[in-house]
Design a protein around this ligand. Structure first.
Ligand SMILES: [Zn+2]
Ligand SMILES: [Zn+2]
Length: 331
């Protein structure tokens, strides 16, 4: 029986490995995979270590792929323990995933259940930004306050997903967690829909350690094209990040394109200190001219006009200047 169970786990793990690309199994030097135990009280469950990605960091979050489920009596007891809470059970108890996996990792790899102890890479690497006013879809994190002057030693004891937000006055007992409805996984217990304050993690409602909450949203910058020379504007509506900057050009065979705002152009302005060295020598010979065009490579020409350098694709030294001068080009 046990062998069949292990085989089933191996086959299903193989399946999620093939169908998912946002994590990595890291073979050890001896070619085997790193194994570990998930310790839950007096129970220890065998597991394989898997590193999940954040949007900004490959293999950034350590997780345990649990190979054996807890016994039925413990799972039943976990549900029983909170049967008096005014909450809705959404999914049965299991030790195969916990709250942090459900809130942070599930969106990108829903089939790969993991037990994740520390999801902080998601908000420390800039993938998610902290927001002050929660919205549906934000991730709520419950922190304990160690009582020190700094919050940097506070621990994220629980994560959940905000599914509804209400107006009104908060009780203030664990931040404003009472104003949101949350879906979260309670340890190896069930997955619940609950008032954000009504869970085992808050220190007043229950015996938990959390004193305050933070909300996180995928850091997502929308770029607006302001023009060839003007660059683009970037705004994150989550954290208020704002930038106006030059385009971030990538070179294609026949044109240039901004990686961020998508501006496409056959020519781009180029700063004098970004001109390749071998071209600089040629420029010196033309230094007395008000405008000139120099071949850079087969399909690129460097133009100088009105005190500005341009790289031009798809033109020759004969027609590149007139192309730049045409009114429709430099906007
Ligand atoms: Zn942001
Ligand atoms: Zn741009």
């Amino acid at each position: 029986m046990k062998k069949i169970g292990a085989l089933f786990v191996a086959v299903s793990l193989l399946f999620v490995l093939i169908t998912t690309s946002v994590f990595a199994l890291m073979p050890l030097a001896n070619g085997e995979y790193e194994s570990d135990m998930l310790v839950l009280g007096s129970q220890s469950l065998p597991a394989i270590v898997i590193y999940a990605d954040t949007p900004n960091t490959t293999d950034g979050v350590r997780g345990l792929y649990v190979l054996e489920e807890l016994g039925d009596s413990l799972l039943t007891a976990a549900i029983q323990e909170f049967s008096s809470f005014p909450v809705t059970l959404l999914d049965s108890a299991t030790a195969t995933y916990n709250c942090h996996w459900y809130a942070w990792c599930r969106p990108s790899a829903p089939d790969l259940h993991l037990w994740v102890d520390d999801p902080s890479m998601f908000y420390k690497d800039g993938s998610y930004c902290e927001v002050s006013t929660p919205q549906v879809g934000d991730i709520i994190c419950y922190f304990d306050d160690k009582g020190t002057a700094t919050t940097s030693d506070d621990f994220n004891v629980h994560s959940g997903v905000v599914t509804a937000v209400s107006n009104g006055n908060s009780n203030g007992l664990c931040g404003n967690s009472d104003l949101v409805t949350v879906t979260s996984k309670w340890g190896y217990g069930g997955l619940y829909s609950h008032n954000g304050y009504v869970c085992p993690y808050t220190s007043y409602y229950s015996t938990g350690e959390a004193d305050y909450v933070k909300y996180y949203r995928l850091h997502s910058v929308n770029y607006t094209d302001l023009g060839l020379l003007e660059g683009h504007r970037g705004v994150c509506y989550g954290c208020g990040y704002y930038v106006e900057e030059g385009h971030d050009w990538s070179e294609m065979a026949s044109f240039y394109m901004c990686r961020k705002c998508g501006h496409k152009s056959s020519h781009i302005p180029v700063a004098p200190n970004n001109i390749p060295e071998d071209i600089l020598l040629k420029i010196q010979q033309k230094a007395t001219l008000n405008e000139f065009a120099i071949d850079v490579d087969e399909n690129t020409v460097l133009c100088y006009i009105d005190g500005q350098y341009y790289m031009v694709k798809g033109h020759t030294t004969d027609n590149a200047l007139s192309y730049i001068k045409s009114a429709s080009v430099v906007k």
